[in-house]
Write a protein that binds this ligand. Structure first.
Ligand code: SF4
Length: 103
């Protein structure tokens, strides 16, 4: 699978592209959309590994991702870490579980 093939399955593919690049309380609506997305894990891993600085990706705001990256500076592949978590905890909760463990 190519690095971004997952994006074709994202719930946001038909949403307004700007809806994920919002600030303040509007980010909660964007995060709610991500919570039901089947590629949340892949999306979050991509954003963390690519150090994407703007927007909600995989249910996390840029601020939350920055904090996570600061807390776990030794993680070299978020994709590998989150895929491992998915194998251990199932698809739906992998991103949430991995982030919780990383905290
Ligand atoms: S997790 Fe959110 S930002 Fe990522 S593909 Fe799914 S809906 Fe889009």
């Amino acid at each position: 699978m190519a690095e971004t093939d997952w994006s074709e399955q994202g719930l946001c593919r038909t949403a307004d592209p700007d809806a994920l690049f919002v600030e303040g309380s509007a980010q909660n609506r964007a995060k709610a959309l991500c919570s039901g997305c089947v590629v949340r894990t892949e999306c979050l891993a991509y954003a963390l590994d690519q150090r994407i600085e703007f927007g909600v990706w995989g249910g996390m705001t840029e601020r939350e991702r920055r904090a996570l990256l600061r807390r776990r500076p030794t993680v070299t592949s978020w994709r590998r870490l989150l895929e491992t978590a998915r194998m251990e905890h199932g698809r739906t909760g992998a991103a949430t579980t991995a982030v919780r463990q990383a905290s």
